[in-house]
Ligand binder design. Sequence first.
Ligand code: ATP
Ligand code: MG
Ligand code: FE
Length: 347
Amino acid sequence: MRVLGIETTCDETAAAIVSVERSGEAKILSNEILSQIAAHAAYGGVVPEIAARAHVEAIDRIVARAFESAGMKPSEIDGVAAAAGPGLVGGVMVGLTTAKAIALVTGKPFIAINHLEGHALTARLTDDLAFPYLLLLVSGGHTQLLAVRGVGDYLRLGTTIDDAVGEAFDKIAKMLGLPYPGGPSVEREALKGDPERFEFPRPMSGRPNPDFSLSGLKTAVRLVAERIAPLSERDVADLCASFQAAVVDVLVDRTRAGLRACREAGIKPSSLVVAGGVAANQQIRNGLVRLATEAGLPMVAPPVALCGDNGAMIAWAGLERLRLGLVDDMGAVARPRWPLDELRAQA
Ligand code: ATP
Ligand code: MG
Ligand code: FE
């Protein structure tokens, strides 16, 4: 079974083809991505109008390349998936319309994918991962703990009451004059810094409910940066390292509360999984490995290249749905807001 997946919810125009062989082995046959980072860098964040236009300009080429590098013709796929949200609606419509057109022309089923479900299921593409699992979803727009019980079956255990983790990384980077996107910049600076120089708060730590709060931490970093300005290179590195150390502690503590919440809900997770753009962060991955070891569970994370937005995650979620017979019709619309726990396994 082979599925084409298209991703255009934010600032990546991406298309990929994934397959599951008769042996059950999952494969990425192609994974094309065009990042718009350069187009948005001057603004320090994604500009929706610029993003939508850039998706229109790139989508045909990226889809054509996904077929070329897989060595396949459109008639050889079994389904076409596109992210239908949540995200910037102008961009989402570009991918959605393209996928519907390909489905119509080839006569193959169309599958509308929740972008977060793409992140949530990616680890099953690269690892032999059984349901249920505890998922820490950390991205540019979301920070949640979910019990993933099956395709389309997500129990939200906790969420952020203010900023997402990726958003906090991006805002700290902007504040310190580091390049967009902020996550990789802050991680790079942190490598050179002292994580113990500044003692930043660990919001929500110790609370039983596995919720998150990041805005107080962000403000604490801003106040220190303002107090010690002008900032030397050393100061910037130390601020990044101390901020990142606080984030790691917060995520580990909150995920520990998530494991407890699973137990209380009678769910026995097979693994601890981290996904989303922020899951690329090595210190965060290390912290979660320590927690998983403490809990006697395997820690599973997609390869770094599949943590940020990509086409393979959408193609894979499409394949998971298609093989369960969960397909959509041409009436599927772009959804700017679309919580994962509103999904249903039945289309
Ligand atoms: P969402 O998935 O919630 O709709 P999004 O698709 O924009 O949002 P992703 O592409 O999944 O988000 O993730 C991007 C985020 O990940 C950005 O905020 C970015 O700064 C962050 N990020 C990327 N790499 C790292 C890293 N190494 N460390 C920390 N954060 C990172
Ligand atoms: Mg992105
Ligand atoms: Fe994403």
